[in-house]
Design a protein around this ligand. Structure first.
Ligand SMILES: Cc1ncc(COP(=O)(O)O)c(C=O)c1O
Length: 261
């Protein structure tokens, strides 16, 4: 109605399910290759060709320029390519990165997204049942508990700063989760009932019991996650909630880390 263009940040979606841009009715889709099992350093922006053709080149430089001419006043006029790939690919393109993303997409498609999604549903059910049995854990949800989900789940733990909890999971249990506001700061702050500009950094690792965390924890699984990892994660969450962290933690450069003593 208002001519808005919709961009879908699919970084957390594409490793878990097939994405059909036309069916989703969005204008742009962006995602990073490394979350899809490709190496770091390349990503995808897919969108309407006419808009890409009209857009300012993403990078100025050789390859994106069609003509550079000196005007009578001595200044330079630059004409950009109108072929989409050339227009947005100044310099030598990251051929290996593009090939690696394509290979990862092909491998996932061949493995079968339906099978992957079924497996994730089972793991997610185990994860959610396990977390539901820990009253201090609050799972965050934008669309409610019955909405469709992929294998990514965000939560907070009552009385814990999320950065502290994540650091303890990593240091004491060898489990990697993400803490923070997940590239969606206003949205996550809304889910946390925070003021829009409250800081989300580690800040105070020893939140007083009952204190509200200003950021959240995100746990996710992927193609190779075995049942045992879910069980181990749940056991670690239960142990931390009941017994607390065994180590001391400090804030260094805005991150919660084990104290070196
Ligand atoms: C939703 C979302 N968008 C974007 C990003 C950033 O992706 P990258 O790691 O390529 O910087 C992340 C990273 O976690 C993410 O979760």
């Amino acid at each position: 109605r208002h001519g808005a263009r919709i961009v879908l940040d699919a970084a957390q979606l594409v490793p878990h399910q097939a994405v059909d841009i036309a069916a989703l009715d969005v204008d742009w889709v962006a995602f990073s290759g490394h979350k899809l099992y490709a190496p770091f350093g390349s990503g995808v922006l897919a969108g309407r060709p006419d808009w890409l053709r009209d857009a300012q080149p993403y990078l100025a430089g050789g390859g994106a320029t069609r003509k550079v001419a000196r005007r009578a006043d001595g200044r330079l006029d630059v004409e950009w390519h109108t072929a989409i790939a050339a227009r947005h690919e100044a310099g030598s393109p990251n051929v290996i990165g593009a090939y690696a993303i394509a290979s990862a997409c092909r491998a996932l498609t061949e493995a079968g997204f339906d099978r992957l999604a079924d497996r994730e549903r089972q793991l997610l059910a185990q994860l959610r049942d396990g977390l539901a049995a820990v009253p201090e854990v609050r799972v965050l949800s934008l669309f409610g508990p019955d909405s469709a989900r992929v294998g990514v789940l965000s939560f907070v733990v009552q009385g814990w700063n999320s950065s502290h909890f994540a650091a303890a999971l990593s240091a004491e249990y060898g489990i990697g989760v993400r803490d923070g506001l997940f590239c969606a700061h206003p949205l996550v702050r809304t889910l946390l009932d925070s003021a829009p500009d409250e800081p989300g950094e580690c800040g105070a690792p020893d939140a007083a019991p009952g204190e509200r965390s200003l950021n959240a924890i995100r746990v996710s699984f992927g193609v190779g996650t075995p049942d045992e990892h879910i069980a181990r994660f749940l056991a670690a969450v239960r142990a931390l909630v009941r017994e607390g962290a065994r180590w001391n933690y400090v804030t260094e450069n805005g991150r919660c880390v084990p104290a070196r003593d």
